[in-house]
Design a protein around this ligand. Structure first.
Ligand code: NAD
Ligand code: 89V
Length: 344
């Protein structure tokens, strides 16, 4: 089968990782790129040798024979671009956060559903290899039935230098980072029924919240805590590692700093180094995220070719996005939120 032909929209900070991931992908290649900023278009076009360049996504979709588009712009443009792609019946990948609101996200899923085209949200954190290993151990039954989980991301890394827009939004850590950590909680423990959240802003130079603590009840009976902070100074900066603690009926699992995994089951305790590989184009400390970009993009290609639904399809990601909305609502009203009410 010939390589799938993709068009990438948005050639900014993160798109460079996506372009590297596409260069590694088996069965697909990027044949055209688009950015309304000519400077970004030139930088990415020159770096990856892409000659077909557009300032306007509608023109690219009209002129190119594409098999899919990859939308790597920031959230404000996602709905319009996904709806444009669906009007061209183009299978679509959309970066996280999926949309500015749950209402927009539902409309985007409906647009692609009505056009009969696959939609995947580029929700890559569950594709990090340490997280995949945690899931495999959970599924193996080694620690029995889980009843408690903690998924934690605490850091003082300066994310604002690479992504200055993160300092400007009314919403920050839950929408940008918590969304990944909440998705990991769903990936490991299943869908949530009720959520309670508290937020804080510690850094006075940003507009949104930079600390969030979230309590979730999951359908399968797990109680989990998702906690995120960009105001936490530690002796060794762990960015961008996600730590996991799971207690089960037969044992425990701990994924800690330095990608150390410790599992205690009925047979005893074993430790494992689950550090992700540093791909040839990757750089520390981002290699963890960069590896997951390559993995999710390969998953997209494999699913598109086989006609299978992706792990983080638009429909799946609505449930993660609902957790984001619920967290803000719970923190604002200082009350628990029922997820079923949001997903109706
Ligand atoms: P950025 O601002 O650096 O890049 C966005 C680019 O899109 C800009 O070059 C801009 O000119 C272009 N653009 C915007 N609207 C456009 C339109 N309608 N048509 C054509 N071009 C358009 O942003 P970024 O930091 O690269 O973030 C992009 C997205 O990636 C965000 O949604 C962000 O949350 C996400 N992100 C994800 C991860 C991850 O690990 N999954 C990490 C960082 C960023
Ligand atoms: O994944 C993200 O969206 C990034 C970062 C990991 C830095 O928070 O913004």
């Amino acid at each position: 089968m010939a390589d799938l032909r993709g068009g990438l929209i948005g050639c900014g900070f993160f798109a460079v990782n996506q372009m590297h991931g596409w260069r590694d992908a088996k069965g697909a290649k990027i044949v055209a790129i688009c950015d309304r900023d000519p400077e970004r278009l030139k930088i990415v076009g020159d770096q990856f040798g892409i000659e077909r360049r557009y300032a306007d996504a509608a023109e690219m979709m009209a002129k190119e024979a594409l098999d899919f588009v990859d939308i790597a712009t920031t959230v404000g443009s996602h709905r319009a671009l996904v709806e444009l792609a669906s009007s061209h019946r183009l299978p679509t990948i959309c970066q996280k956060p999926f949309a500015p609101s749950l209402e927009d996200a539902k409309a985007m899923v409906a647009a692609c559903g009505n056009a009969g085209v696959p939609l995947m949200v580029h929700e890559n954190f569950r594709w990090q290899s340490p997280i995949q290993t945690v899931k495999a151990i959970l599924d193996s039954g080694e620690i029995g039935t889980p009843f408690f989980g903690r998924i934690s991301f605490r850091s003082a890394y300066d994310v604002f230098s690479g992504q200055p827009y993160l300092a400007e939004g009314e919403r920050f850590i839950i929408e940008d980072l918590g969304i990944h950590i909440l998705d990991i909680a769903r990936f490991l423990f299943g869908d949530a029924t009720t959520l309670t959240a508290r937020t804080k802003r510690v850094n006075p130079r940003i507009r949104g919240e930079d600390v969030a603590t979230i309590l979730l009840d999951h359908l399968g009976g797990v109680t989990s805590v998702v906690d995120c902070s960009y105001a936490t100074r530690l002796p060794v900066e762990p960015f961008p590692e996600t730590f996991v603690e799971i207690d089960g009926s037969d044992g425990t699992l701990r994924l800690g700093q330095g990608y150390r995994l410790t599992v205690t089951g009925k047979e005893g305790t074993h430790e494992q180094d689950v550090a992700p590989p540093v791909l040839p184009w990757a750089s520390r400390p981002w290699h963890n995220i960069q590896e997951s970009v390559a993995a999710i993009q390969q998953h997209w290609v494999d699913c598109l070719k086989a006609g299978r639904e992706t792990s983080t399809s638009g429909a799946d990601n609505l449930k993660t996005f609902a957790l984001v909305e619920a967290a803000y609502a719970s923190a604002r009203h200082r009350q628990p939120v029922e997820l079923a009410d949001l997903l109706r």
